[in-house]
Design a protein around this ligand. Sequence first.
Ligand SMILES: *[C@@H]1O[C@H](CO)[C@@H](O)[C@H](O)[C@H]1NC(C)=O
Ligand SMILES: *[C@@H]1O[C@H](CO)[C@@H](O)[C@H](O)[C@H]1NC(C)=O
Ligand SMILES: *[C@@H]1O[C@H](CO)[C@@H](O)[C@H](O)[C@H]1NC(C)=O
Length: 368
Amino acid sequence: METVIRFLFCVINLCVSFKNPNSCYDQSKLEAKHKALFVFGDSLFDPGNNQYLNGSTGEGISATYWPYGQTFFNHPTGRLSDGRIVPDFIAQFADLPILPPYMEPGAHRLADGVNFASAGAGVLDGTHPGTIQLRMQLEYFKTLKKSLRQQLHDAEAEKVLRRAVYLFSIGGNDYFSFYTSNPEASESYQQAYVEMVIGNLTLVLKEFYSLGARKIAFQNVGPLGCVPVMEAMNPELGSSCVEIPLALARLHNEYLSVTLNNLESQLPGFKYAIFDYYNSLGDRVNNPSKYGFKEGKVACCGSGTYRESGCGGREGKEPYELCRRPSEYVWFDGAHTTEMTNHQLAELLWSGKPNVTGPYNVKQLFGH
Ligand SMILES: *[C@@H]1O[C@H](CO)[C@@H](O)[C@H](O)[C@H]1NC(C)=O
Ligand SMILES: *[C@@H]1O[C@H](CO)[C@@H](O)[C@H](O)[C@H]1NC(C)=O
Ligand SMILES: *[C@@H]1O[C@H](CO)[C@@H](O)[C@H](O)[C@H]1NC(C)=O
C-alpha cells in the first residue's frame, strides 16, 4: 500500500516537475527518511504557546512585545529570545520546518511534529499554575496521537510516533520556585524535592514510551544560580553564581542520567540523548570571549544592574535598556539566552561529542 502511494506520488511529482527528473527520486528518499520532532518543556523551548492561554498569569507574555523576535522573525512571536530558540535550530538541522506551537489555531502538518512547550512550566503540577505543565503537555500529545491516527491510518501513525524524536527542557522552573520559597532549605529537604521531581518525570517518560515514543532527548537543567535574575536577587555575591540553585540543578542532572540509563535497560528500543546544558551554558557565562561573546553576565534587554527584568516593558510602555548587538551577549533577558547562544547550544545538542551530548546526540537519534 505504502509503495503504491509512494509510486503514485512520484508519478504526479514527475509530471509537475519534468524539468528536474531527479526530484522524484529525491522526494521518495526524503519520505523514507522523514522523521518528526515533538518538543516539550518550559520557556527555553516555548515558541509561543502561552499567548493562547486564557487568563494567563503572564509567564512568557512579555515575549509578545518588541524587541522579542527582532533578530530573526522581525516581530515578537512569544519566544523568549531576540530570535530563534534551540528547537527551531534542531528542526532546521533535521530538514523540518520550524514547528508551530500546539496551541496555535489552524491545521498543522502533524507528521512533521509540533511544539508543546510552555513558558513557566514545570514537572510538578504545583509549579506556576496557569501554564501548561508537563503532565498537561502529555495529555495534549495524547489528543494529537488521536488526530494523527485519523489523518494517516493507524499503522502509519504508530510508525511516525516510533521514529520521531521527543525533545525536552524541563525542571528549571520547579527549582526556581522551590528555591524562591525555601531559600534556606536543608540538604535533605533539597534531595527529597529533587527525588519528587524526578519521580514524577519518570512516570511521564514511561507514559510517553507506552504511547510509542522511543527516542528521547533532554537538554538538562541549566546553571540556575547564574541567570541574571538570580544574580540580581543576591547582590552580596557580586558576580559569582548563587550556590543552592546550582546544587539543585546538579543533583537533578545526576538523577536524570541515572533515570534515563535505567529506562534504557528496562524498556526495549528506548534510546536517549542528554545535552549537558548546565556546563555548556555555564562556560559561556564565565568565559564569554572564548565563544565570541563580549558579555556573559549582563543581559542585552531589561532594566536593573544585570538588566534582569522588564525587557519589552509591560504594555510596551515601561522603560528598559536594549543593547545594540544581541549577538555579543550570552543572555537576551534576565533568564533567556540570545539567538547566537541558542544557535551554539543547538549545534552541541545536535552533533556534540559524547562528553557534551550522550550517549547519542540528536543527529544520531534521527539517523536511527
Ligand atoms: C479558553 O476558553 C475558551 C472559551 O471558554 C475555551 O473554549 C478554550 O478551550 C479555552 N482554552 C484553554 C487553553 O483553556
Ligand atoms: C509527584 O509529585 C507529587 C507532588 O506534586 C508528590 O506528592 C508525589 O509523591 C510525586 N510522585 C513521585 C512518584 O515521586
Ligand atoms: C570533549 O571532548 C573533545 C574531544 O573529543 C574535546 O575537544 C572537548 O574539549 C571536550 N569537551 C568538554 C566539555 O569536556
